[in-house]
Design a protein around this ligand. Sequence first.
Ligand SMILES: [Zn+2]
Length: 155
Amino acid sequence: MECKYCKGKSIKKGFQTGIQKYCCKVCKKYFQGTYTYKLCKEEDNKMIVILNNEGVGICGIARITGMSKANVINKIKYIASKTKLTLPDEEQQEYEMDELCTFIKNKEDTYYIILAINKVTKRVIDFFVGKRTKENINKVISVLILLKHFQLVTI
Ligand SMILES: [Zn+2]
């Protein structure tokens, strides 16, 4: 087995939750031979974006892609952090703030997607994925404030 870090020679070194573990003879790092799913696959991220844009929820995305819900959320957070915001060139528009809530395993561990949408065009002006705190909501509002003559309506 080739080491996934340094491509050196590795030997079998026990099991962890039924998966064969390997130890590299060169860099001494441990790794597993097969992964149930590959992390950080570009296609996965694209698929998540497509499914999300189609309105598929986190549970649905997890079922379709075979990823865990926690992994889907982590990927969405990652994609969100890499998404560059281009401020639309519009004035005198009305915007709506909306939020979607989801949780992993227990209801105490909730995550929110906080959105600001143009009321007419439905264009998403900004969004934030994370905990529902005043600070995080303000991150979305602060973008709206940059727009000229906006009006905020709540739904
Ligand atoms: Zn190695």
